[in-house]
Design a protein around this ligand. Structure first.
Ligand code: UT7
Length: 335
């Protein structure tokens, strides 16, 4: 069995910055409300005709490939996590493969929302551990802004989300005790509708029905969240899956060097930080700048943490996510 290490990281966010004050001009909200409840100060929104989920992911991937110091020809599999694909089908994996000019390697799409990057890393790790692949490109990218209801009606969701992409190159190592030590994945479909976009889809209403009905009261094609219920579940599941990851490796919270949580809400991250008694320098947050970028959030944060030299050789890095599905998971890495 081999191990997998993160050899290179990259990220990309669109140029267009939208502040809380910008949002308060188009809906009944305020910088104070948004910062107090979520910690978010601004987010980046994609520009139509310029940024797509695929091309942002490709820009992040190009940075990760350069940092890993490998050739594109060395990549033997591609995994793309997103809930906001450019097309209903095919997925962004094949589009990224085309844009990057990769040969006919396999391209797999992951749709596990906020846990997408953690799921993608775990899948990639299994392929490397078994010896099937040597270098896997994992991309997580989201263009969520076009799907938001940017009016007072949609303010509970609209102020939370942003666009952007992160990527890593996961590579085979024969060093023991290095790289991804374990990953733990969970889901609870009983709560699928608590954080979701329900239509268009074949389950409730297809796009042709929406057009035919042309009902301005129908908001089923906007994202919906039962915020407090999601919050309560998030803090419980985050904690459980962190403990699971640590226990599996006979580690304690004291040994964590850097915790990178999915950037859902600064209050959730602070709750976890307090619960596990982690000092400020042991927790990485960037939700203030980017909002919640769903699958991309941990990938962007990891790339920024590397860029800011917050991670050293042999550090114990813990990633944890929770989100729509519900899905949640953790990855324990010895850097
Ligand atoms: O990434 C996936 C995982 N996501 C999460 O884990 C998010 C979990 N949930 C949360 O973080 C929080 O529930 C939110 C930040 C989304 C909302 O905070 P909350 O404290 O749960 O607020 P609320 O939804 O209960 O709303 C409180 C009040 C309401 O007004 P009333 O009924 O008290 O008069 C809302 O209408 O705040 C109002 N409100 C707003 N006011 C100003 C809701 N959104 C806004 C807004 N600006 N943007």
């Amino acid at each position: 069995m081999y191990n997998s290490i993160i050899k290179g990281t990259g990220y990309y966010v669109p140029e267009n910055i939208v502040t809380n004050d910008d949002l308060s001009k188009i809906m009944d909200t305020s910088d104070e409300w948004i910062q107090e409840r979520t910690g978010i100060q601004q987010r980046h929104f994609a520009t139509k005709g310029k940024d797509t989920t695929t091309n942002m992911g490709v820009r992040a991937a190009e940075m990760a490939i350069a940092k890993a110091n490998i050739n594109k020809e060395d990549i033997d599999f591609l995994i793309f996590a997103t809930l906001s694909p450019d097309y209903y089908f095919p997925g962004c994996g094949v589009l990224a493969q085309k844009e990057l000019g990769l040969n006919t390697i396999g391209a797999l799409d992951i749709r596990n929302q906020c846990s997408g990057f953690v799921y993608a890393l775990s899948v990639a790790d299994q392929f490397i551990k078994t010896g099937m692949y040597k270098n896997i490109l994992v991309i997580a990218s989201e263009t969520q802004s076009p799907a938001l209801d940017l009016t007072t009606r949609g303010r509970n969701m609209a102020v939370l989300f942003g666009d952007g992409a992160g990527a890593v190159i996961l590579s085979r190592t024969e060093e023991v005790g290095k790289g991804i030590l374990s990953s733990h994945l969970h889901s609870e479909g009983a709560y699928a509708e608590e954080l979701a976009i329900i239509t268009p889809g074949v389950g409730k209403k297809w796009v042709t029905e929406l057009i035919k009905e042309n009902n301005p009261e129908d908001i089923s094609y906007f994202p919906h969240m039962n915020g407090q219920f999601v919050f309560k579940n998030a803090v419980v599941r985050f904690s459980e899956v962190i403990v699971e990851g640590l226990k599996h490796n006979n580690l304690t919270e004291k040994e964590i060097d850097l915790f990178i949580p999915h950037q859902a809400n600064l209050r959730i991250s602070q709750f976890i930080q307090q619960k596990f008694k982690l000092s400020d320098e042991k927790v990485f947050n960037n939700i203030q700048k980017y909002g919640n970028t769903t699958a991309a959030s941990i990938a962007i944060a990891l790339a920024e943490a590397v860029e800011q030299k917050r991670i050293k050789e042999n550090d114990l890095v813990l990633l944890a996510a929770f989100g729509s599905g519900f899905t949640w998971g953790s990855v324990v890495i010895r850097w």
